[in-house]
Design a protein around this ligand. Structure first.
Ligand code: AMP
Length: 485
């Protein structure tokens, strides 16, 4: 099947050729004709399926072919997204696909000044990509009116509800013209999403494509069981041992992000971070620098998980599993796109068994486990299965205590002796390509609640090419603007 056979006009086909899109993805093959015909669409599709082009291409065509020119302070297509990052990404897609079409596009989101957005809206825009809160602000201030809206698109509708935008969405729906086309894209369809869809869609075309990435065979996924306190050390060890040079790293908390970023920085990597406390321009800068290769390791919290558009990213490292299983699929969605092969490795501790079970149930596969020698988990991660079960081993009957157990020997039959204090479980430092500083684990057992190590690691391999000289050649080594304020 070709894009031409879907009824797209020449300027769009030329742009697709320039982007080297040869054939439509399944969601595009279904969505493009439906949207072109003016019907409502409800699509179960997530990041990585090509869904953005699935709605952007036919909407661009309809904008060119139908309806009057846009008036001032109006928008013809209103596209709602959950995050600023996704807003920027979708905007970029419209710019790429709509090159040469003489249409105006704008992304409007919070966290940045509203004034430039108000100025840009004065002339009117054909496509307004917005987060719900900022859109309502603009509407309340009369910077945008909705009477010319011909199409409403909800992208990642499930995520918008997860983020608590239900009320804002209702307020937007209430203010829109009743006569319009509505497209709803969501990775999951909970009862809430279905209820919302029932209220805003009219006889929609239903489109469903199977989860693309988590189950894709071109992504090598595995889990490394490890004790929580050893996660940072294990992470650094894996990065060095596998010579991973460009990776998106996910951590649960902002502290964790800063902590790992500091370790990577100490080990000589060019690193940047994305988290919720960071101003939007700094986040976008971090992303750009990562995409360009100037930054090797981008350490992020969930806030960055959706909406990042990074092609051909070879590696995603989950230092913590996401709380919401769906986010795993979104994270992994960064790798192995459009046929590229990817690697996704997750460091999992015993506490995370429920999350692991939920993820395996969602992707309908049990993830392979590979312990890393020297980092074996003392707190065993319970067995999980693709049915979402946590398999508890039956308790062994108690046996009478053996007398005269030697120090260091096993106290419990069948259990490995625990290392005595001072006994180093890990490989000797010389064996590790990247040495990590003391203090990786805090007394509370949460390695990320500790401050970053004050001193550089004692055995930092200054002369080892594996870790000491990883920053990309030709990039400024010092003022890399590592972590933003
Ligand atoms: P999306 O699911 O919309 O986030 O798109 C995922 C990625 O696939 C983006 O980087 C697109 O540029 C790319 N893409 C979308 N459609 C195609 C296609 N038909 N051929 C090649 N790449 C595509």
């Amino acid at each position: 099947m070709s894009f031409a056979s879907l009824g797209l006009i020449d300027p769009l086909l030329r742009n697709l050729q320039d982007l080297n899109y040869q054939t439509p993805t399944p969601v595009q093959a279904k969505a493009i004709p439906a949207v072109l015909s003016g019907k409502d669409v409800m699509a179960a599709a997530q990041t990585g399926t090509g869904k953005t082009a699935g709605f952007a291409l036919p909407l661009l065509q309809r904008l060119v072919q139908h309806g009057p020119a846009v008036s001032s302070n109006r928008a013809r297509v209103l596209l709602l997204v959950p995050t600023r990052e996704l807003a920027e990404q979708v905007l970029q897609s419209f710019i790429d696909y709509g090159r040469g079409l003489d249409l105006r596009f704008l992304a409007a989101y919070g966290g940045v000044s509203i004034n430039p957005q108000m100025m840009a809206l004065r002339k009117g825009v054909d496509v307004l990509v917005a987060t719900p809160g900022r859109l309502l602000d603009l509407h309340r201030q009369n910077a945008v009116q909705f009477d010319q809206v011909q199409t409403l698109v909800l992208d990642e509708a499930d995520r918008m509800l997860d983020l608590g935008f239900a009320r804002e969405l209702d307020a937007v729906f209430a203010a829109l013209p009743v006569q319009r086309q509505t497209l709803l894209f969501s990775a999951t369809f909970s009862d809430d999403i279905r209820a919302m869809a029932a209220g805003i869609l009219r006889s929609p075309v239903n489109i469903s494509v199977s989860p693309p990435n988590a189950t894709a065979s071109n992504i090598k996924q595995w889990v490394v069981p490890v004790d929580k306190k050893n996660k940072p050390d294990l992470f650094m060890h894996l990065v060095a041992e596998n010579q991973w040079e460009h990776a998106l790293v996910f951590v649960k908390t902002r502290n964790g992000v800063d902590y790992l970023a500091a370790m990577l920085d100490d080990a000589g990597y060019a690193v940047d971070t994305i988290h919720g406390d960071k101003p939007q321009p700094a986040r976008l800068r971090a992303l750009e620098r990562f995409k360009s290769g100037e930054v090797q390791m981008l350490v992020a919290t969930d806030v960055a998980a959706r909406g990042l558009d990074i092609d051909d990213l070879p590696l995603v490292i989950n230092v913590d599993l996401p709380i919401v299983a769906q986010d795993y699929v979104h994270r992994i969605g960064r790798t192995g796109r459009a046929g590229a092969s990817g690697v996704a490795v997750s460091l999992v501790c015993a506490d995370e068994a429920p999350q692991l079970a939920a993820i395996e149930a969602l992707i309908r596969q049990t993830l392979r486990r590979e312990e890393e020698p020297g980092f074996e988990a003392e707190h065993r991660v319970p067995q999980t299965s693709a049915t979402g079960e946590i398999i508890k081993k039956p308790k062994k009957p108690k046996k009478p205590k053996a007398p005269n157990v030697a120090p260091g020997a096993s106290q419990v039959p069948g259990k490995k002796p625990r290392p005595q204090s001072g006994e180093n479980k890990r490989k000797p430092a010389a064996q590790r390509a990247v040495a990590v500083g003391k203090g990786a684990g805090s007394p509370s057992g949460n390695p990320f609640s500790a401050q970053r190590p004050r001193s550089k690691p004692a055995s930092k391999p200054a002369s080892q090419p594996t870790a000491g000289s990883r920053k990309p050649a030709g990039k400024p080594a010092g003022g890399r603007g590592k972590r933003q304020p």
